[in-house]
Design a protein around this ligand. Sequence first.
Ligand code: CTP
Length: 412
Amino acid sequence: MKTELASKLRDYLKPETLKVLKEAADIADREQIALFLVGGIVRDLLLERSSLDIDIVIVGDALSVADRLASVLNTKVASRSKFGTAKMKYSWLTIDLVTARRETYSSPGALPTVYPGNIRDDLFRRDFTVNAMAVQLNAGKFGSLVDPYHGLDDLNKGLIRILHDRSFIDDSTRILRAIRYEQRLGFRIETKTSINLRKNISMIGTVSPDRIKHELMLFFEEPLPEKAFHRADKLGVLARIHPQFHGDAWLSKHFQKARRVFPGHCGLLYLCLLIYRFTNNENRELLRRFNFTRTETTAMTQTLSLKSEIASGFHAGMSPVEIHRRLKQFVPVAIYSNLAAAAPGKLKQDLELYLSKLSHIKTSITGDDIVAMGISPGPKVRKYLEIILEGRLSGSIRSRKDEELFIRKLAK
Ligand code: CTP
């Protein structure tokens, strides 16, 4: 395994990642302390999948290694904690360095009490066997796998397995994490783990809203989040978080549609679709319970107001000017969520027309240009700009020259 892993490290990791690992190992070698790569990156390396984060465990003072590493990489330690952990960015990579530790939990959902430990202790505090493997990076031991809980076996069998019976009680976000890894990797939650998970579903209630929200947002980062939502629904986990969250066929269909209609990363759009079937009151209650950002709050609230605006005010045969007037106050993601949820037809075409064309139409002339033409500054300038924009939208104004002529006519 040692030589095989050493060559995997060299073959599968990007040059930037390898540079970080080499520099970190050099520092550790000089200090004569053991340094390991752990967690997701080891799992992904063994699966020959790419990974964006580097997690390093140091059996010694991680903070002093972090300071030295940041200085060789010409970056800064972005954060450090009293548990002996440090975080930094290098190029596109996020690097976490932690001091090997042992953890005990005083009560479910509480933060753990931390003691210094060895690498086995550090792996034992982790969520699943496939995430509880380490690869040593020190010279002479470079590439040796530390796998006390048989993660490699589970990786080969495609199983998500907890390390001990209290795992989901100690940290119930692991219930959501188990689902996310299972669905992402096409694995299966191992039978005893699955029984234990079902038994402890109510423990989700011990997790703070911030941590629940964080885990839900991680679902949205998956290539096919509908699979995780479906599984969470079937297990009864989703209803524990909110009785109106459904990982059903509707959600799957509309997440798939979202990926077809939206050109970028769909995270926020998925969130809007998750609450699309909410009433305004249900949405308000959700916003009160979880700490959504301002952007998320606007996107969710506007999704629902556009949905009711469409139901009550939109009609067949609207002109481009009217479509623009009705949609201009909405953020694009609220329009995309309604587009993804809309039935095919004229209305859908109106939303598409707005997103693809009308929202990009601008006047060439500015307010300053209008003032320079001799119009006194004030509300009139804004009115003229609106009229010119409507002319552009309807096609009656096509050029800068047309705009100027029109303003002269208006000003007479
Ligand atoms: N971990 C854990 N329990 C948690 C969160 C994290 O045991 N509730 C451990 C796992 O060993 C995990 C590592 O911390 O592998 C890093 O956590 P994270 O970055 O969230 O996960 P990754 O495994 O890197 O997974 P992903 O590919 O989703 O980033």
